[in-house]
Design a protein around this ligand. Structure first.
Ligand code: IPD
Ligand code: CA
Ligand code: CA
Length: 268
């Protein structure tokens, strides 16, 4: 019998092919919030994924971003982001993916991130390691923030009250760089495979990160909230990295939270 991750991978690859079909034809977008885009592709992908999950696992709960899930009393719950990186997708910017993560009794047990643009399939099962197209992954070996490349993101909702620009500013001064790719699941998958040394964001939703946090942990990385507390899927913020730089990052973050900007804006 196929494992949870294998079944999720088959579903993600099928949904990814559907998304690519729409991407090549440039779909129109609608707004579901002031700055929050949604397209026909998000909905078609979610419909396909939820149907497949119901076929394979009829008793499991499904929480899907566009609202197509089902709530059951099962201890298993799938988190589905049918298209992560919708703003990129709608602008033909090629960083987006489809991601599914499975939680059992509050713990992530399987996860998949599929990036159709690069044909990269990231998979993980708790205790079984993380893989990219079948090859085992390990996080990077950067031992200092000063030698690290990071990524972060800015959610579409509550933009005006999100303090992340201060974190971006400070880390951009002290590290090799800070990227803003526009897809949290790819950010996490890229921490897992060592292309990035760390990722943080304030205000993510469980479906953005369910699979990605398991990928990072199974690749040997660290995960907490941005204060160093235990991170859960619904925590207000997330910090993941290769583990070697976690304590140093938390010290920098603590100073930023306290408002001690290490690099004040220069006068103009
Ligand atoms: C968004 C992306 C983005 C992140 C936002 C997410 P969506 O997901 O992952 O990188 O910064 O917080 O909402 O809306 O494209 O599925
Ligand atoms: Ca998302
Ligand atoms: Ca989405």
């Amino acid at each position: 019998m196929a494992s949870f991750a294998e079944t999720a991978a088959d579903i993600a690859v099928e949904a990814g092919a559907l998304l690519r079909y729409y991407f090549e034809r440039r779909v129109a977008f609608e707004m579901k919030g002031d700055y929050d885009l949604v397209t026909e592709a998000d909905r078609a992908s979610e419909k396909l994924i939820v149907e497949r999950l119901k076929q394979h696992f009829p008793s499991h709960s499904v929480v899907a971003e566009e609202g197509g899930g089902q709530d059951t009393s099962s201890e298993y719950r799938w988190y589905v982001d049918p298209l992560d990186g919708t703003t990129n997708f709608a602008h033909s910017f090629p960083i987006w993916n489809v991601t599914l993560g499975l939680e059992k009794a509050g713990e992530m047990v399987a996860g998949v991130v599929y990036d159709p643009t690069r044909n990269e399939l990231f998979t993980a099962e708790r205790g079984g390691g993380a893989f990219l197209n079948g090859k085992r992954l390990a996080v990077s070996k950067a031992a200092r923030v000063a030698d690290s490349l990071f990524s972060t993101g800015f959610p579409n909702h509550n933009r005006a009250v999100n303090p992340n620009i201060w974190f971006f500013h400070e880390l951009a001064q002290t590290a090799h760089g800070v990227r803003r790719g526009g897809s949290a699941a790819i950010d996490l998958a890229w921490v897992a495979c060592g292309r990035l040394d760390g990722f943080w964001e304030i205000g993510l939703s469980p479906w953005d990160i369910a699979a990605g946090v398991l990928l990072v942990e199974e690749a040997g990385g660290a995960r907490s909230d941005m204060n160093g507390g235990v991170h859960e899927l619904r925590s207000p913020h997330l910090l993941t990295d290769n583990g070697l730089i976690h304590e140093e990052l938390l010290e920098v973050f603590a100073a930023i939270w306290r408002g001690e900007l290490l690099h004040p804006l220069p006068p103009v």
